[in-house]
Design a protein around this ligand. Structure first.
Ligand code: ZN
Length: 98
């Protein structure tokens, strides 16, 4: 899912949720993107970087470190699972061959 900050021709700001950027563009082309307040199909896309930036700034370095650690652990765990899955199944638990 992608969230776009949008604005209509009457300066109403709202969020639009789309499967992808292409989805947004095709809906906009067909006039399917309308302002929830006034129904205006004039859509101005606003950069939504400001919100991301704010979220990043509010996180303390400690929190960021924890997140990185968790991500490392998760990727290690995933790798371990993949290795186990890749192992050949021992004959003993395969059951009788038909
Ligand atoms: Zn509007």
């Amino acid at each position: 899912m992608k969230v776009f900050n949008l604005r209509c021709g009457k300066e109403h700001a709202y969020e639009g949720w789309f499967a992808s950027e292409d989805d947004f563009l095709s809906q906009q082309e067909r006039g399917l993107v309308a302002c929830p307040l006034c129904g205006d199909t004039v859509v101005v896309r606003l950069p939504n970087a400001s919100r991301l930036k704010r979220a990043r700034q509010s996180a303390t370095p400690e929190q960021q470190e924890q997140t990185t650690e968790m991500m490392t652990l998760q990727s290690q765990w995933l790798r371990a699972v993949r290795e186990v899955m890749a192992l050949p199944i021992p004959d003993a638990i395969k059951g009788p061959v038909q």
